[in-house]
Ligand binder design. Sequence first.
Ligand code: ATP
Ligand code: MG
Ligand code: FE
Length: 341
Amino acid sequence: MKILAIESSCDETAAAVVEDGRRVLSSVINSQVAEHRVYGGVVPEIASRRHCENIVPVVQGALDEAGVPLTGIDAVAVTAAPGLIGALLVGVNYAKGLALAAGKPLVPVHHIRGHIAANYLAHPELEPPFLCLVVSGGHTHIVEVRSYTDFRVVGRTRDDAAGEAFDKSARAMGFPYPGGVYIDEAAGRGDPGKYKLPKPRVEGAPYDFSFSGLKTAVINLLHNAGQKGEEVDADSLAASFQRTVCEVLTSHLEAAAKELGYRVVAAAGGVSANSGLRAALGEMCRKNGFTLYVPPLSLCGDNAAMIGAQGYYEFLANPPAALSLNAAPSMDIAAAFSARD
Ligand code: ATP
Ligand code: MG
Ligand code: FE
């Protein structure tokens, strides 16, 4: 079964054709990152307008690259939540139009479920149940993936997401937006033991996270050094920050896996591209005899192939959506879309 998938939740307009949830026949991503960089973050209004301009050629490109005409598609999957509402609406309405015109079922997909499903594209043997660390620009969750469509959040951030902490700290260090990847690069040259940063815990919630204090500590350290006219070793600050974040993420995942009895663990989302995190998770899993799955770097950030992968399993589990389907800026990963035929 071939699914045409569309993703427009943030600043990537993306489309893909995915077969049986596991094989990528094509994947096209048009990123607006260079345009938003000027503003130091995604400007929602600009993102919506660019999705409008880009969606037709991006979807056509995905069909052409796959060598499949619209009539050869079995369903249209689309990210319907969560994300920037104006951005989501472009993809959702375009998907509705295509589904209606071509007489194909419409499959709404939760963006974070999609990030998790990126792992299915790279690891044919991976099947639920497993425990997944989701670390993206807007989310930091430890999720029980009980089946392809049954999720339970066991831990979540109380404030900033991991990606947000990377990007805000990177901004304070003078790196361009989005700064996660620049911290990763700089960390490779620095001494992770040089700066002592706080490792915040959430009292009484061992799997929850809090990153805003860590971000503030980085900002204060830079500010205080500036006041005193002291040099900050930026590479070592990046390395210290990255190690602190990775230790927190890894130790909470380890504790949750042990407590809940999971021996298969995965990571997903943009921050799962981080080299320090991949190394720390690998080491933790080796120590415990866990099997670890992480997406290839090309599937960590936003893409439509992951939406096609999850869309396949949503299609198998649920009736198609009605054409009254709406987009939602926020939605729990465990919730189901309500507008059904
Ligand atoms: P969400 O998926 O929560 O809606 P999003 O789609 O904006 O948010 P993603 O595209 O999954 O987020 O991830 C983007 C984030 O990943 C950014 O914060 C970016 O800095 C971060 N990121 C990307 N590469 C790396 C890296 N190598 N190290 C650390 N962070 C990284
Ligand atoms: Mg993006
Ligand atoms: Fe994302």
